[in-house]
Write a protein that binds this ligand. Structure first.
Ligand code: IPE
Ligand code: IPE
Ligand code: MG
Length: 249
């Protein structure tokens, strides 16, 4: 039995976000260096992209490198950056074929220039695609993003007055890096860690959280179907009562 058969089409999440964690531990388990885990993790990225394309999910956001990950050993950072570059080179044509639109959130100016340029080119070349929007969070953290949001609002209103009534959640959202992306319905974190590690803190206010012990390199299509099926069993109440929700249905 595949969990795919359990997925109710009408109730698919529109946006899935994933904290892809556990590459290092996966490699260690088989006595290898961390980069081997990252390479294997890139296969899992392909798997979930393909699954989302097949299921016609509209948005997939992947936490690939956090602001805090800059504190890792230099060799690991370099390995991750060259893996990102080679994966982009290898997969771009397939992304185009599948109608995927690539985006990034995060401070990509901090990445090596070769990676930044490759990303910008891929974003440009896929900008008019209408299938899955794939957002890579790179050099991203929520606190960075929220700080940038405040700076950008201050800059916008520096020569004009802003009244208290104009400060709304819509104004805040329109200055976040996710301004064109709806909030995720489902957030998945692999590797048995129960934390958010500075990811999409504003955007996941009402997101359903799904944690699995599976390490990211072991995460396959079937694991994604399972997470979606689990999400579909939940009642999303948004502060209302269960009775109100059943009456609305
Ligand atoms: C996730 O795997 C990938 C990145 C954060 C870049 P990790 O590298 O964090 O793997 P663990 O958590 O050490 O096992
Ligand atoms: C979160 O994983 C960041 C990414 C998946 C890119 P980490 O492995 O960096 O998170 P912590 O340090 O365990 O919280
Ligand atoms: Mg980790």
């Amino acid at each position: 039995m595949s969990y795919k058969n359990l997925i109710i089409k009408e109730n698919r999440p529109n946006h899935i976000a994933i904290i892809m964690d556990g590459n290092g531990r996966w490699a260690k388990k088989i006595g290898n260096i961390r980069l081997v885990g990252h390479k294997k993790g890139a296969n899992s990225v392909n798997e979930v992209i393909e699954a989302c394309v097949e299921l016609e999910i509209k948005y997939l956001t992947l936490y690939a490198f956090s602001t805090e990950n800059w504190n890792r050993p230099k060799t690991e950072i370099e390995g991750l950056m060259s893996l990102l570059l080679s994966t982009l080179e290898k997969e771009l044509e397939k992304l185009k074929k599948h109608g995927v639109r690539l985006k990034t959130i995060g401070d990509i100016s901090k990445l090596p220039q070769s990676v930044e340029l490759k990303l910008k080119k891929a974003i440009e070349e896929t900008a008019t695609n209408t299938g899955l929007t794939l957002t890579l969070a790179l050099s991203y953290s929520s606190r960075w993003e929220i700080t940038e949001m405040v700076k950008s609002i201050v800059e916008k209103y520096k020569n004009t007055e802003i009244t208290e009534n104009e400060i709304t959640s819509n104004l805040i959202e329109s200055h976040l890096s996710t301004k064109d992306i709806p909030d995720p319905e489902l957030l998945i974190r692999t590797s048995g860690e129960y934390r958010l590690s500075n990811f999409l803190l504003w955007q996941i206010a009402y997101t359903e959280l799904y944690f699995t012990d599976t390490l990211w390199p072991d995460f396959k299509k079937e694991d994604l179907y399972k997470a979606i099926a689990d999400y579909q069993k939940r009642e999303r109440r948004f502060g209302k009562t269960g009775e109100q929700i059943s009456n609305e249905a």
